[in-house]
Design a protein around this ligand. Structure first.
Ligand SMILES: [Zn+2]
Length: 200
């Protein structure tokens, strides 16, 4: 029952000194939750009641309320510390030191979405068979090469996903265990060469 949940503040006693507010019925589970949220161990955190945040049970506490209470956050783009006095920009659960850094983050995410879509479109144009509708666009980082748009898709009988990258457009990479399924799907010598590799 959420009525019984109380707010606890959990502080990381080492490392970067981050804190969080969690909601639980008593200290021990709160400490466990907080340590998990701070990605650290039980021994590395302290936990105490924070009744000023009880009203936000079952959480999360709005970032604005934490800023009002004097908490600081790192700008999601430049990692600069910002407090409520810096009048940061709050959007999509993130904190930004300025509207410009918020804009940069939006642009970065939009570029990623566009690059992934491009990967799917390029694969549709390059592959000699219809790409499944749920193919997922991927930007491959490639060792020492520039990032290459591509995509990942499932095929009938395959246990893993097949991968196509615009860096090697005449090749589809499949997991070794899927060699037979791929052959059944595409047959031999029908245009594209498949290479057996270690797709995740
Ligand atoms: Zn910033």
């Amino acid at each position: 029952m959420s009525e019984a949940l109380k707010a606890y503040r959990v502080d990381d006693e080492g490392g970067d000194g981050n804190s969080c507010v969690v909601f639980a019925k008593s200290n021990a589970p709160a400490r466990r939750l907080g340590a998990d949220e701070l990605l650290t161990e039980w021994e590395g955190v302290s936990c105490r009641r924070a009744p000023e945040f009880d009203q936000y049970a079952p959480g999360p506490v709005p970032i604005g309320a934490l800023l009002d209470a004097g908490w600081w956050f790192e700008c999601a783009v430049c990692c600069q510390r910002v407090t409520g006095e810096d009048a940061p920009t709050l959007a999509d659960g993130g904190v930004y030191c300025s509207p410009w850094h918020r804009l940069r983050d939006v642009e970065r995410r939009a570029r990623l979405v566009a690059e992934r879509r491009l990967g799917v479109v390029m694969a549709i144009l390059a592959l000699p068979f219809p790409l499944p509708a749920d193919a997922e666009g991927v930007v491959f980082s490639g060792s020492g090469r520039r990032a290459a748009p591509g995509c990942r898709f499932r095929f009938p009988g395959g246990k893993g996903a097949a991968e196509w990258s615009s860096a090697a457009p005449d090749r589809v990479t499949i997991a070794a265990q899927d060699a037979e399924a791929w052959e059944a799907f595409r047959g031999r010598g029908k245009g594209e060469a498949s290479s057996v590799g270690g797709a995740p």
